[in-house]
Design a protein around this ligand. Structure first.
Ligand code: ATP
Ligand code: MG
Length: 254
């Protein structure tokens, strides 16, 4: 019999939250000037969390620091029970962190199929697949991609490129997906599709999601938790039903 964990015993709650990603007093930036100051953030297993804040407050830098593209000057990051503060980016990807950068960054001259295959090589895993090497579930989440497999990535619409970027992140069977403004510049019908697909990925695969967003309504509908950044620090957090107009006005209105 598996022993119950102290947390479960203490709360008597089988759904007690387990931390998956923790940042403790993280200071990071580009070169000598810090952009993040004492960032503390805990993302629990299974959460969908949104990270909000005005332009330039450090949202992208925070995600880059989690995946290892920026190195903390001080503080620590742990993921899935292990400290990863100094781990190289490829090891973080292998441990199950997928990063879908702002602006999507698919390879425009490669086909949709080859863009997807790049997700596999990032993970170092051999996927269970049929035929073309792509797990069938990828096309279950993104049926559009199946219709455009041989198309150059750069010829897809912005919304389709975003879906390709998310699908590529999913290829490495991550435990967490970090998405930086997945709805930026995308038409409303595709924004809705992306919202529905991310929710399904969370519910059906149990993948934890952190999404940086400017579209408050999208963030409110998709996420259960929110974090607000100001000048490189997290200044407010809570559940999205506590995301009041006063908070939005104070930290997000331009
Ligand atoms: N490559 C870089 N080199 C030096 N400074 C940078 C670099 N990228 C970003 N910065 C600075 O770091 C700060 C935070 O930028 P960051 O891109 O993390 O903000 P953001 O919240 O993601 O903004 P946005 O909403 O516009 O995407 C800004 O002052 C920015 O000028
Ligand atoms: Mg950004």
């Amino acid at each position: 019999m598996k022993q119950s964990t102290p947390l479960l015993e203490k709360n008597g709650d089988m759904t007690a939250a387990q931390p998956l990603l923790e940042l403790n007093n993280v200071v990071a930036g580009y070169g000598p000037t810090p952009v993040l100051f004492d960032v503390n953030m805990t993302i629990n297993q299974g959460d969908i969390a949104c990270l909000l804040g005005r332009n330039g407050v450090g949202k992208t830098t925070l995600l880059r620091t989690v995946i290892g593209l920026n190195r903390p000057e001080s503080g620590s990051i742990s993921f899935d029970g292990q400290e990863i503060t100094k781990a190289p980016t490829y090891q973080r990807a292998r441990k199950g962190i997928a990063y879908i950068p702002q602006g999507r960054e698919i390879i425009p001259y490669l086909s949709v199929l080859d863009n997807l295959k790049m997700g596999l090589s990032a993970s170092g895993k051999k996927a269970r697949t049929k035929g073309n090497g792509i797990p069938t579930e990828i096309f279950d989440f993104f049926p559009m991609l199946n219709e455009h497999l041989s198309r150059q990535g750069g010829l897809l619409s912005g919304g389709q490129q975003q879906q390709l970027a998310i699908a590529r992140g999913l290829m490495c069977e991550p435990k967490i997906m970090l998405l930086d403004e997945p709805t930026e510049g995308i038409q409303p019908s595709i924004v809705q599709e992306i919202e529905d697909t991310l929710r399904r990925i969370n519910q059906e695969k149990g993948i934890t999601i952190v999404v940086v967003e400017q579209k408050i309504e999208f963030a409110r509908k998709l996420a259960q938790k929110f974090f607000i950044m100001k000048k490189g620090s997290i200044v407010e957090k809570g559940t999205t039903n506590q995301l009041s107009d006063a908070l939005l006005q104070k930290y997000l209105a331009v």
